[in-house]
Design a protein around this ligand. Structure first.
Ligand code: ADP
Ligand code: MG
Length: 381
């Protein structure tokens, strides 16, 4: 971390006030449920965005990323305009904007960022960037904000300033996950439960497989799924699809006019149920039992919500055929990453099978790494 402080010193000519880190995440189960006030179960990755930050009092905001080949971005805090297309700098600048919109006195800052979270791989590099910025500014300006309030402001930055209509899962995961646990999150009121997730103790591993593809289709499709879910809730006369109990699903489905909306509703209501099932399995110590639930969730995302793609399906089919306990796409889909639950001795064979399958299909070699449930956002220096 001192490397980041040294880079800050070189860039700005002074010591930073501190250094902070915030992780990327993978979601174990509960996909496209967070904008339906539903349930999700993410874990933080060991990969983090790290920020060295100093407070300023002259209204100047300077932002630099070690990972972007470009100059220092210099802005004024009182001239920040939502949706003004500031590129990557819109993520940290949006956090400054959101804090100020919420009435917090943020009078400028020097920020130097770097991140080990793969970008655009469905692992929430954007949320990591927002949350690390929000935490750093909270501390240097001594703002009273709980971690879940901080996550909401980070989401506000992404929704309103950057212009990405994401739900609350990613920022909450980055802010609130703890090492060795998955986070059971109720996105209606941000009620949280840390559930122990010690896979090595059970002889298991969770792999992340980054397909390294991102299909352009994704952005419009997300908004379309969201609109479809909202329409479903309207037609059913509920505030959100969260209100539809799994036991009521058959009678809810027959009330819906469009087959597409019916499919979307089936996915959301059944994925909420899968989160509950995984929570029960983990509570009972049946971690292996989680595998088939993941694969079932993938089928729902593929067939009902239709947000998977050939590369993600290839990961899931190959992994399961090679002996994995279960697998599914994670995140928004249309590329990005999948997760695979495996017995420890199967890590090698499953990884090899994945690489061979991608090679055989003429695809770029996927990146495979272990998801070790890690700490949420924190000060590191
Ligand atoms: P994801 O969050 O799944 O990684 P997004 O498209 O939401 O994908 O966010 C990726 C964007 O976040 C990048 O295109 C870039 O603008 C910004 N970003 C992420 N990490 C960095 C970084 N280290 N430096 C600068 N910008 C970053
Ligand atoms: Mg993102």
């Amino acid at each position: 971390m001192s490397e980041v402080a040294a880079a800050f010193r070189e860039l700005y000519g002074t010591e930073p006030d501190g250094v902070w880190a915030a992780p990327g995440r993978v979601n174990l189960i509960g996909e496209y449920t967070d904008f339906n006030e539903g349930f999700v179960m993410p874990l933080a990755l060991p990969h983090t965005a790290v920020a060295a930050v100093s407070r300023r009092t002259d209204g100047v905001l300077r932002i630099h990323s070690a990972d972007i080949d470009g100059p220092l971005v210099e802005l004024r805090v009182d001239e920040l305009e939502p949706l003004s297309g500031a590129g990557w700098a819109a993520y940290p600048a949006g956090v400054v904007w959101a804090l100020r919109e919420a009435g917090h006195e943020v009078t400028g800052a020097d920020i130097h960022l770097t991140s080990t979270v793969p970008t655009g791989a469905g692992l929430s590099s954007s949320a990591a960037l927002e949350v690390v910025t929000a935490l750093a500014l909270r501390d240097v300006f001594q703002i009273h904000l709980s971690m879940d309030e901080l996550a909401r402001l980070a989401q506000q930055a992404e929704n309103s300033f950057v212009g990405v209509p994401c739900g609350i899962m990613d920022q909450t995961a980055s802010a609130c996950c703890t090492a060795g646990h998955v986070l059971h999150l109720d996105t209606r009121d941000l009620a949280m439960r840390q559930i122990p997730f010690d896979l090595p103790a059970h002889g298991l591993r969770l792999l992340v497989v980054d397909t390294r593809v991102k299909h352009a289709l994704g952005d419009g499709a997300y908004a379309e799924r969201r609109a479809g879910c909202e329409r479903g809730a309207r037609e059913l006369g509920v505030r959100s699809l969260r209100e539809v109990a799994y036991a009521q699903l058959p009678e809810a489905l027959v009330q819906l006019s469009s087959p597409t909306v019916r499919d979307y509703v089936r996915h959301v209501v059944s994925d909420n149920e899968r989160v509950a099932r995984v929570a029960s399995l983990l509570a009972a110590g049946d971690v292996r039992g989680v595998g088939p639930v993941l694969t079932e969730g993938h089928a729902s995302l593929r067939d009902d919500l239709r947000v998977s793609c050939a590369e993600l399906d290839l990961v899931v089919d190959t992994a399961v055929a090679a002996g994995a306990l279960g697998a599914r796409m994670t995140g928004g889909g249309f590329g990005g990453s999948a997760i695979v639950l495996v017995e420890e001795p199967a890590v090698g064979p499953v990884s090899k099978a994945l690489v061979a399958a991608f090679e055989g299909a003429g695809l770029t070699r996927p990146r495979v790494f272990e998801a070790v449930p890690s700490a949420g956002a924190r000060r590191v220096g």
